[in-house]
Design a protein around this ligand. Structure first.
Ligand SMILES: *[C@@H]1O[C@H](CO)[C@@H](O)[C@H](O)[C@H]1NC(C)=O
Ligand SMILES: *[C@@H]1O[C@H](CO)[C@@H](O)[C@H](O)[C@H]1NC(C)=O
Ligand SMILES: *[C@@H]1O[C@H](CO)[C@@H](O)[C@H](O)[C@H]1NC(C)=O
Ligand SMILES: *[C@@H]1O[C@H](CO)[C@@H](O)[C@H](O)[C@H]1NC(C)=O
Ligand SMILES: *[C@@H]1O[C@H](CO)[C@@H](O)[C@H](O)[C@H]1NC(C)=O
Ligand SMILES: *[C@@H]1O[C@H](CO)[C@@H](O)[C@H](O)[C@H]1NC(C)=O
Ligand SMILES: *[C@@H]1O[C@H](CO)[C@@H](O)[C@H](O)[C@H]1NC(C)=O
Length: 489
C-alpha cells in the first residue's frame, strides 16, 4: 500500500465520522470506518432516549445464511456506531446455528414484559421451515437470547416485517407465506399485548405474490409497501393504502418512477420521523447485491429516501435525491445541491465516443468505455481539497435476467444475472488511487446514479472514467453526467 492510499483512507475515515448527510447507494461507513453491515433489517427508536437502533443481517463475502444480527446506533440516522452482534449464531443450535437462515430481523419494545423483543424469519438453509423466531433482551443493545421459533397461527412465514401502530400502541407482524401455490399471500397479524405471540389475522393480501412488507402510517392512512418476487434482483415496489389496518385496502400502485426498479432497491422497512416542525416518512430499502447473486449480499447497500405523500390523491412517491440533509429533531430535510458537469463537455480517449441517447442531457451519452485506454474525462472540475461526494449518472442497458431478456438462456453475456458494468474512476491521473464504481442495470432510457467520495484538490481537477482494468475486461456503463457536491460540514 502506498503512502497516498493510506492518506486517502485516513481522509475517508475522518470524513465519515462527522457524517450528517444521507447518501443513498454509497458505501456507508460506521464511526470506526468499517462498512455498515446490517442488511434487510429495521430501525427501532428507543422509547426512552429517542436514539435510533439499526438491526440487520450481518453478511460476510460469499454467505447467504447464518450471519446473525448486527446492531448500530445513531442520533441522526447518518452517523452509525457499531455495537457488535445483537444475535449471534450458536454452533449446533436447532434454529440459530450458522447453517440457518436468520433474515429480516426487527426489534420492538414490549412494555408488558419490560424487554426488547427481536423477531425474524427463521428457517433452514433450503427455506423448508418458514418460521418466525423470537429472542429477547433486557437492553436494546442486546445480546438477545433465543426464545423460540414458531409458525404463525399454523401458517408459513417467509419475508418478515413488523409494524408498531403509533395510535393504538399495538404491534403487528407482516409476512409472506412463501412461494408455494397454496401460499403467495401476505399476512398482517396482530401480536398479543406482550408481543410474545400472534393473536389474529387482521388482513390477508390475497394471492398478490409479493414480499418484503413494511407499513408507513400517516395521520389518515396506512400505506403497505411490498416488492415483487424476483430473488435478489430489484423490481418496482408497490404500495396499498387503507384507512384502517383491516382494510379495505386499495389496489396496489408502483411507488417510484417506472422502470427504475425503485432505484434498484427492495422495500423492507420504513420510518416515521415525528419532528417538531414536520413529520417525515422514510423508505429504508436495500439495494440488493452488487453482483446480483447471493454470494455478494455482503456488498449490498442502503437506499434510504424520503416518501412524498399526497393524502388528497391517496397516493405517494419515493423520491430520489443523491444526498439530503435530515434533521431528525425537526423532521425537516433538504436535498444538497451540487454542480453538474455534462457528458457533452467531456473528452473521450481511445475507442470511447459520444452517442445519441434519449432522456440524457443534450441527447448524448458517453459510451464504449473500457480498460484504461478507452476512457472519458470530465475537465475543469472545481474541488475544495476536502473529500467530496460525486454522483455518476449512468445508463446500463444490459437488463440481465430482469424479465426483459430471455431468463437464463444464453445472451451476449452468457445468460447470467451478474453485474456486468463496473467502472474505474481516477482523479487527476492519480492511478495509484483507483476507485471502483458499480453500475447496476438500469433499463433502456433510464438514467440512475451512484455516488463515490473522492478527494478532489483545491482548484481544477479532472475525473477520468474507464472500465474495470482486469482480465474480465468489464466495460463501464454509459455516462450521462456527473454531479460534484460541496464538502460536508
Ligand atoms: C406480560 O409479561 C409480564 C412479565 O413476564 C407478565 O407478568 C404479564 O402477565 C404478561 N402479560 C400478559 C398479558 O401476558
Ligand atoms: C429444511 O426443512 C425441510 C422441511 O422439514 C426439509 O425437507 C429439508 O430437507 C430441510 N433442509 C435441510 C438442508 O435440512
Ligand atoms: C393459512 O394460509 C392459507 C393460505 O393463505 C389460508 O387459506 C389459511 O386460512 C391460513 N390460516 C390461518 C389460520 O391464517
Ligand atoms: C400462540 O397463540 C396461538 C393462537 O392464539 C395459540 O394457539 C398458541 O398456543 C400460542 N402459543 C404460545 C406459545 O403461547
Ligand atoms: C409527536 O411529537 C410531539 C412532540 O414533538 C409529541 O407531542 C406528539 O405526541 C408526537 N406524536 C406522535 C403521534 O408520536
Ligand atoms: C492498463 O491496462 C493494462 C492491461 O489492460 C495494464 O497492463 C496496464 O498496467 C494498465 N495501466 C495502468 C496505468 O493501470
Ligand atoms: C478549462 O477551462 C479553461 C478556462 O477556464 C479553458 O481554457 C480550457 O479549455 C478548459 N479545459 C477543458 C479541457 O475543457
Amino acid at each position: 500500500m502506498s503512502f497516498r492510499a493510506t492518506l486517502s483512507q485516513v481522509l475517508l475515515a475522518v470524513a465519515t465520522v462527522s457524517a450528517k448527510w444521507i447518501v443513498p447507494g454509497a458505501r456507508w461507513r460506521d464511526t470506526e470506518g468499517n462498512f455498515v453491515n446490517a442488511h434487510a433489517g429495521g430501525v427501532t427508536v428507543d422509547h426512552e432516549t429517542g436514539k435510533f437502533w439499526w438491526f440487520g443481517e450481518y453478511k460476510i463475502e460469499g454467505q447467504e445464511e447464518g450471519g446473525g444480527v448486527s446492531v448500530y446506533s445513531s442520533e441522526d440516522l447518518a452517523t452509525w456506531e457499531h455495537h457488535g452482534m445483537a444475535l449471534e449464531p450458536i454452533k449446533g443450535h436447532p434454529y440459530i446455528s450458522p447453517e440457518h437462515i436468520i433474515q429480516r430481523p426487527k426489534v420492538v419494545y414490549s412494555r408488558g414484559a419490560s424487554k426488547y423483543h427481536m423477531w425474524w424469519h427463521a428457517d433452514n438453509s433450503t427455506y423448508g421451515w418458514l418460521l418466525q423466531g423470537l429472542a429477547q433482551s433486557d437492553n436494546i443493545i442486546g445480546p438477545y437470547s433465543f426464545v423460540g421459533a414458531t409458525s404463525p397461527l399454523g401458517n408459513w412465514s417467509q419475508d418478515f416485517g413488523l409494524f408498531a401502530d403509533y395510535k393504538d400502541g399495538r404491534s403487528y407482524a407482516m409476512y409472506s407465506n412463501g412461494d408455494r401455490r397454496e401460499g403467495r399471500d401476505v399476512y398482517l397479524t396482530s401480536y398479543n399485548e406482550n408481543i410474545t405471540n400472534l393473536t389474529e389475522v387482521v388482513h390477508r393480501f390475497d394471492k398478490y405474490d409479493l414480499e418484503a412488507p413494511t407499513i408507513i402510517q400517516t395521520e389518515q392512512s396506512y400505506f403497505a409497501f411490498m416488492s415483487h418476487k424476483t430473488g435478489y434482483r430489484p423490481n418496482n415496489v408497490v404500495a396499498f393504502r387503507a384507512d384502517s389496518l383491516s382494510g379495505p385496502w386499495s389496489q396496489p400502485f408502483i411507488v417510484a418512477p417506472l422502470n427504475t426498479r425503485t432505484f434498484n432497491s427492495q422495500s423492507g422497512f420504513s420510518l416515521r420521523i415525528n419532528g417538531t416542525e414536520k413529520t417525515t416518512y422514510l423508505y429504508l430499502g436495500d439495494q440488493a447485491c452488487a453482483h446480483w447473486d447471493s454470494n455478494s449480499l455482503w456488498e449490498s447497500r442502503y437506499i434510504w429516501l424520503p416518501i412524498e405523500i399526497d393524502e388528497d390523491k391517496k397516493s405517494l412517491e419515493v423520491v430520489w435525491h443523491d444526498i439530503y440533509d435530515l434533521n431528525v429533531k425537526t423532521g425537516e430535510w433538504k436535498p444538497i445541491e451540487g454542480e453538474t458537469y455534462y457528458g457533452k463537455d467531456a473528452t473521450t480517449q481511445g475507442d470511447a465516443y459520444k452517442q445519441e441517447a434519449v432522456r440524457t442531457n443534450d441527447g448524448i451519452i458517453l459510451t464504449n468505455i473500457y480498460g484504461n485506454a478507452s476512457t472519458v474525462t470530465f475537465n475543469n472540475i472545481t474541488g475544495t481539497g476536502k473529500p467530496q461526494w460525486v454522483s455518476f449518472y449512468y445508463q446500463n442497458t444490459d437488463d440481465m435476467g430482469f424479465g426483459d431478456q430471455p431468463g437464463g438462456s444464453p445472451n451476449r453475456f452468457g445468460g447470467t444475472w451478474q453485474l456486468r458494468r463496473i467502472a474505474s474512476v481516477v482523479v487527476n491521473d492519480d492511478v495509484e488511487n483507483i476507485e471502483t464504481l458499480y453500475q447496476r442495470d438500469t433499463h433502456k432510457g433510464i438514467i440512475l446514479s451512484t455516488p463515490l467520495l473522492l478527494n478532489l484538490e483545491e482548484g481544477k481537477n479532472t475525473i477520468t472514467i474507464g472500465g474495470l482494468h482486469n482480465e474480465l475486461d468489464v466495460k463501464s456503463a454509459d455516462i450521462d453526467r456527473i454531479v460534484v457536491f460541496p464538502p460536508e460540514g
